[in-house]
Design a binder for this molecule. Structure first.
Ligand code: KIV
Ligand code: ZN
Length: 387
């Protein structure tokens, strides 16, 4: 795989929407699909058409309005699922059917009460069914993270031979360590004879907090598509977060990869998804959390005010976030206090700030955060005493 472009496959409308309480209606799905296209994602997984009439309609309507991105529908390795997905996608300019089956022994025995040879045949069969409708067929080997590499390579080689254009290697349970997941991708690159005819995709879940790291390791080892969601939404602990992988690839230019995502839209998009899904974003979430560009300890504030790069690796403007914040707490120092007073229009000298700082600490010890009103009050009192 010679290209350095990493395709971004957004599954907010499918895996993300599986989060309890995040269900979307067709109107909401259309709104988000249009926003995802504007963001610059390459593939939009719009839903699982056979799962409900509402989801069928959503995929169908999204197919009609999306102009540039590929629109994808999920299926099981079931003929009827694939026929319904094909019908839902029939207006799409670039339709993709995403079909597959569990390949780990946990799934083969526990879910299907089957054996490896039978699952291999079913994998080939579902790709062939999908190929009757669309050129672009993505195969997922569910629970690939816990699938024996040798068997996985056999399945992947066979589905590519059957016509799969993309092969998805999900770490469905979020079990793998980054080096294990990276080695799995490397193993496929080295042991699947026709791997040059398909794109390898990473689909990592976050059960151990490793989804982003695993996806990046996947790309380093040969994958060229990442499946991810806005705000990392998804089953259980979520999927790989789109904003994180995009910014890792952008910040680490040394890796030599790029995506088509317009990073200035990352924060607006995160807020939009959070609003529509009514799912708050944790304040300490990387890139899009409310505190991602806030500095509150004295040591950090002092360094940041002297030179932003001391404590910030990303310019908030680059990701469409509000400008960096200097938050005043009992851990803040004099330079932060002076900075905030100046922003409010007060021009105090060093002795004034020293005096005000004592008062500030008394207030700060009794509050979680010292706000502009508190500062005005302290400043006015100080001016009166000095007058
Ligand atoms: O996590 C997973 O394995 C999935 C597949 C259906 C792609 O979501
Ligand atoms: Zn998933």
């Amino acid at each position: 795989m010679s290209t350095n472009k990493v395709n971004i496959f957004d599954t907010t409308l499918r895996d993300g929407e599986q989060v309890p309480g995040c269900k979307l209606n067709t109107k909401e799905k259309i709104e988000l699909a249009l926003a995802l296209e504007d963001l610059g994602v390459d593939i939009i997984e719009a839903g699982f058409p056979i799962s409900s009439p509402g989801d069928f309609t959503s995929v169908n309507e999204i197919s009609k309005i999306i102009k540039n991105a590929t629109v994808c529908g999920l299926t099981r390795a079931v003929q009827k699922d694939i026929e319904v997905a094909a019908e839902a996608l029939k207006y799409a300019k670039r339709p993709r059917i995403h079909t597959g089956i569990g390949t780990s022994d946990f799934h083969i025995k526990g879910k299907f009460n089957s054996n490896r040879e039978d699952i291999l045949l079913r994998a080939i069969q579902c790709v062939k069914w999908a190929k009757n409708f669309v050129d672009d067929v993505e195969f997922y080997a569910e629970d690939a993270g816990r699938t024996d590499n040798d068997y996985l390579a056999r399945v992947i080689e066979a589905v590519i031979k059957a016509g799969a254009t993309v092969v998805n290697i999900p770490d469905t349970t979020g079990y793998c360590l980054p080096n294990q997941y990276g080695n799995k991708i490397a193993y496929l690159m080295n042991n699947v004879s026709n791997i040059d005819r398909a794109t390898i995709s990473c689909h990592c879940h976050n059960d151990l907090g490793l989804a982003t790291a695993n996806s990046i390791e996947g790309v380093i080892n040969g994958a060229r598509q990442i499946e991810c969601t806005i705000n990392g939404l998804g089953e259980r602990a979520g999927n790989t977060s789109l904003e994180e992988v995009v910014m890792v690839l952008k910040q680490h230019k040394d890796l030599g990869f790029y995506t088509n995502v317009n990073t200035k839209e990352l924060n607006p998009m995160s807020r939009r998804v959070s609003d529509v899904m009514r799912m708050p974003v944790q304040p300490n979430k990387a890139i899009v959390g409310a505190n991602a560009f806030s500095h509150s300890s004295g040591i950090h504030q002092d360094g940041f005010l002297k030179s932003a790069i001391t404590y910030e690796i990303i310019d908030p403007v680059e990701v469409g976030a509000d400008i960096s914040k200097i938050v005043l707490t009992a851990r803040s120092g004099r330079s932060a206090l002076a900075f905030r007073l100046k922003k409010l229009g007060y021009d105090f000298n060093r002795n004034d700030v020293d005096a005000l700082y004592e008062k500030f600490l008394q207030v700060a010890d009794n509050k979680k955060e010292v706000g502009d009103d508190d500062l005005h009050q302290m400043a006015k009192q100080h001016e009166t005493v000095e007058a």
